[in-house]
Design a protein around this ligand. Structure first.
Ligand code: ADP
Length: 402
């Protein structure tokens, strides 16, 4: 297939696009932020100035603006050959990416109650690109799809089974494209095939999740029905006692407010009282700010605890992999986390850990470590572009798992 591939990632109030050539080299990228607000704006990589968007611009307006910038730059003189969309929730319907048709759109709508902030805006993105580029094959790539291999014992919560059967209450898992990419990259680095590679993949960005991957398949993951469960994140609490809802209700805090606190005011931000940004926290901790020190400690302890838990799903471990903004860059988080895992046989080479970024395969384990430890930059856009390229080349009757 010749031509470009456009990747669209609609968040609740943001939109990211990227343009790739057919060899999957990135040609351009852009970002629109604060959508729906009066100060919405967009930026395009390589241009210093911000582009002001219309008052309360929506996803369609933002996409139109960003595409027009690419067209002005001569990068999109012809319609793209394929368009890939990140779609957050594919429920139990999608085990892989799907070529978008009416049935696929209806199924994405059906999953909206599981991701009310995300699936509707993902659909808005698909509508917008359909209007701009009618007739071009479009592919939905789901955050949840990679985790559809979870065994029942890992995806069921110990609540009445009727909640699962009637309403789909179960663990779905997220960040699937990143964990899938880690499997592929770790396999490449280790000289194996993805199908024979078993890793623990820790994606640590603003959202954080960890996945056990056995022979290329996700077999346990920390995020659950929603992306709130599991690790400590930038503003999300991760695991808390579900009894907290009733406890706070008795103090007069409504369930919706508890939900807001756990999603927006918790995690690194809640503990430090300062910021959700790990880099800033490390600087604050260096200057003796005790709450920032505590936030980093809780983050690393929870992560180490989950790495231990993920070991129970594996027969062998080819590598522990760190990725995402924190995983790729925070020497301190990697060191503190691995220091908690000596009993498992993990050790770290301080020099390699400190110089990561200058070495080709990102290995940071000590010579005496029982397991390999790798740092691998994630690239979710690339996975979406490659899935779009592959699926758009297939006959139009093949609509993913539907
Ligand atoms: P998102 O989930 O929004 O894509 P990223 O993957 O970009 O987020 O990760 C953002 C996080 O990475 C922030 O907490 C940021 O402080 C952290 N980070 C980036 N660079 C560094 C660094 N050099 N040291 C520590 N943390 C870093």
């Amino acid at each position: 297939m010749k031509g470009t591939i456009l990747v669209v990632n609609c968040g609740s109030s943001s939109l990211k696009i990227a343009l790739f050539d057919e060899q999957l080299n990135k040609l351009a990228s852009g970002l629109a932020e604060r959508l729906g607000k009066k100060d919405a704006f967009a930026t395009v990589k390589g241009r210093a100035e911000k582009i002001r968007l219309a008052n309360a611009a929506n996803h369609k307006e933002a996409l139109d603006t960003l595409v027009a910038v690419l067209q002005d730059a001569g990068l999109l003189d012809e319609a793209p050959a394929a368009i890939g969309h990140r779609v957050v929730h594919g429920g139990e319907t999608f085990r892989e990416a799907a070529l978008i048709n009416d049935d696929v759109l209806a199924a994405i709508k059906d999953c909206a109650s599981l991701a009310p902030l995300h699936n509707p805006v993902n659909l808005a993105g698909i509508d917008a690109t359909t209007a701009l580029f009618p007739g071009i094959p479009q592919v939905a790539v789901f955050d949840t799809a990679f985790h559809q291999t979870l065994p029942q014992k890992a995806y069921l919560y110990a609540v009445p089974l009727s909640l699962y059967k009637e309403w789909g209450v179960r663990r779905y898992g997220f960040h699937g494209t990143s964990h899938q990419f880690m499997t592929r990259e770790a396999a490449r680095i280790l000289g194996k095939t993805p199908a024979t590679t078993s890793i623990i993949s820790a994606h640590l960005g603003n959202g954080c999740s960890i996945t056990a991957i056995r022979d290329g398949n996700s077999v346990d993951t920390s995020m659950g029905l929603t992306p709130l469960e599991g690790l400590v994140m930038g503003t999300r609490s991760g695991d808390v006692d579900p009894g907290l809802f009733d406890f706070l209700a008795n103090k007069g805090v409504a369930a919706q407010e508890v939900h807001r606190i756990l999603n927006n005011d918790s995690g690194l931000l809640g503990l430090s009282g300062q910021t959700n940004d790990m880099r800033s926290l490390c600087e604050l901790a260096d200057h003796g700010h005790e709450p920032s020190h505590i936030a980093i400690d809780v983050f690393c302890f929870r992560l180490a605890r989950y790495i231990g838990a993920m070991m129970t799903s594996l027969d062998q471990l080819d590598a522990l992999v760190f990725t995402g903004g924190i995983g790729e860059n925070s020497t301190l988080v990697r060191k503190k986390t691995l220091a908690q895992l000596r009993l498992f046989g993990f050790t770290i080479d301080d020099e390699l850990n400190n110089q990561h970024g200058c070495i080709s395969d990102g290995q940071i384990e000590g010579a005496d470590s029982r397991f390999r430890v790798l740092v691998i930059p994630t690239n979710e856009e690339l996975v979406i572009a490659s899935e779009a390229l592959e699926m758009a080349g297939k006959p139009r009757t093949n609509a993913g798992s539907l």
